[in-house]
Design a protein around this ligand. Structure first.
Ligand code: SF4
Length: 494
């Protein structure tokens, strides 16, 4: 969609601070792009940028960020903060908001889950943050942006303007999902599988089933900043799928939501998709939702790999984390998937969680081996393991992650135990990156200097190490310095 700039009052660059294929794999960019472009006074264009890349240009008209009235970032991961600052620098926009005062620069705004968890690490760079969901405030937000008024922006519910006195900021959210607008004419990336632009999942129409989650895992940010749990009605979903499939002409549907497994009419919904001859994707589903019947339907819909998140290998640790899934439920899900014709399973785990011992790490190995025995094929079991990142607003917000050497030793334990097993693929998230995320999730605005220096040094782990070392800090010391003890994010009411 390319709107005529002469006919609108607000030119907005919607910037995803990471790879195109990552941004276009999720629902956020298609949803925001459509939401802003459906406002008659707004032309919204997409921009993707990572540190180390050249000056970002919009995809639709090839314009530099400087030519827009507003640059709107969506913050999905803390690691992307350096990409935000890099995008501004590369576009010759002074990254610090105080250096933009009185200049002819775009307003810089940001939203997304990381803005709602703690906007402070980027508060030196961003003029205004949207805390929560933008649909209920879109029109007011657009008016304030057209008027270029920070005071007006600050008066919009859910908007935090760092330059002005801050009070308590209440998160804004859609009350009834059925009433929220939803794009049926979505942008679909049709790059062939394996192409560098191809999305993580094959081309599909994405339909958002729910927001939030009724469960209470103690580490989970989405539970807190996505509350309350809301569902679209089956009738509404059917209507959206019919329209979306007709408009996009794709043969697959993705069911999006953190708690798709908790959708009360999930079987009816999947049956409907399958009955229309469409393929089905569910990026991840709770293991205890997988019954024989559901597994068969998913298999009929073309799913061949089950994706679940047991989080830990041991049931006791899982329970301590508030993840109420038993070993038996996990095993039942795996068996149902195998019997229904699935080829394998992908499982997400965490290490470095409170109370974890070496035996708990062994329990991950055991579960992976058990699954490998069941599916039997080479590379049929994929386990993805990442250190826990404590998140503001969660019961674990004050938890201190183990030091780097301990996290490494847990990862080594896993790698060594499974490296000879050809049926299991082990993907280990670099613990240094997890510690950087832990720093950024709980830091206050004083971390801005470090972020800027990391960008100047070209991004990456080496740049982080050098920027911290220059301040006499290791990763662990930085984590201690920005441990969030006084809850700097406390003014955000999630
Ligand atoms: S089930 Fe998933 S989305 Fe729900 S609280 Fe637990 S981790 Fe979060």
């Amino acid at each position: 969609m390319k709107k005529d700039w002469r006919r609108v009052s607000l030119r907005m660059a919607l910037c995803y601070p990471s790879e195109y294929r990552v941004g276009m794999s999720g629902l956020t960019i298609p949803l925001l792009y459509w939401l802003f472009n459906s406002h008659p006074l707004v032309a919204c264009e997409r921009v993707f940028h990572r540190v180390g890349q050249e000056a970002p240009k919009s995809l639709e008209s090839g314009q530099s960020l400087r030519r827009f009235d507003v640059v709107a970032f969506t913050l999905q991961y803390e690691e992307d903060y350096v990409n935000v600052v890099s995008a501004l620098k590369q576009a010759k926009i002074p990254p610090r908001r105080r250096h933009r005062e009185g200049g002819e620069y775009p307003l810089i705004i940001a939203g997304g889950p990381c803005a709602a968890e703690n906007p402070l690490p980027l508060s030196e760079f961003v003029d205004a943050f949207v805390i929560g969901e933008v649909e209920p405030i879109r029109d007011e937000l657009v008016d304030a942006l057209i008027n270029r008024s920070l005071e007006e922006l600050a008066s919009v519910k859910g908007v935090y303007v760092p330059g002005l006195d801050r009070e308590r900021i209440s998160r804004v959210y859609v009350k009834r999902l059925d009433d929220a607008p939803f794009p049926t004419s979505q942008l679909i990336v049709k790059a062939p599988h394996g192409h560098k632009l191809a999305p993580v999942f094959d081309a599909s129409f994405k339909v958002e089933v729910s927001r939030g989650c009724p469960r209470s895992c103690r580490f989970c940010l989405i539970k807190r900043v996505g509350a309350p749990f809301r569902l679209r009605s089956l009738e509404k979903l059917v209507e959206l799928i019919d329209e979306g499939v007709e408009l996009t002409r794709v043969g697959a549907v993705s069911l999006i939501g953190a708690a798709v497994g908790d959708y009360p009419k999930l079987l009816d919904l999947i049956e409907y998709v399958v009955s229309k001859g469409l393929r089905l994707t569910i990026p991840s589903i709770r293991a205890d939702a997988i019954t024989e019947e559901l597994a068969k339907l998913l298999s009929k819909g073309g799913e061949r790999v089950l994706t679940i998140a047991p989080e830990t290998g041991s049931e006791a640790l899982r329970e301590a984390l508030g993840k109420d899934i038993s070993d038996e439920e996990l095993w039942t899900a795996l068996k149902a998937a195998k019997e229904a014709g699935f080829h394998g399973v992908k499982m997400y785990f965490m290490v470095g969680v409170p109370g974890e011992t070496s035996a708990d790490v062994d329990a991950i190995v055991e579960l992976a081996r058990k699954a490998a025995q069941l599916f039997g094929l080479r590379e049929s079991v994929r386990i993805s393991v990442a250190p826990l990142v404590p998140k503001p607003h969660t019961p674990l917000e004050n938890y201190n992650p183990p030091p780097l050497h301990e996290l490494r030793s847990r990862m080594d334990q896993l790698r060594k135990a499974l490296q000879a097993d050809r049926r299991v693929v082990v993907e280990l998230y670099d613990p240094r990156r997890a510690l950087i995320q832990s720093i950024l999730s709980r830091a206050d605005s004083s971390v801005a200097d470090v972020i800027e220096e990391v960008v100047e040094r070209g991004g990456g782990l080496g740049a982080w190490r050098a920027a911290l070392r220059r301040r006499g800090l290791s990763l662990e010391l930085a984590l201690e310095k920005w441990s969030g003890g006084d809850r700097p994010w406390g003014f955000i009411k999630p």
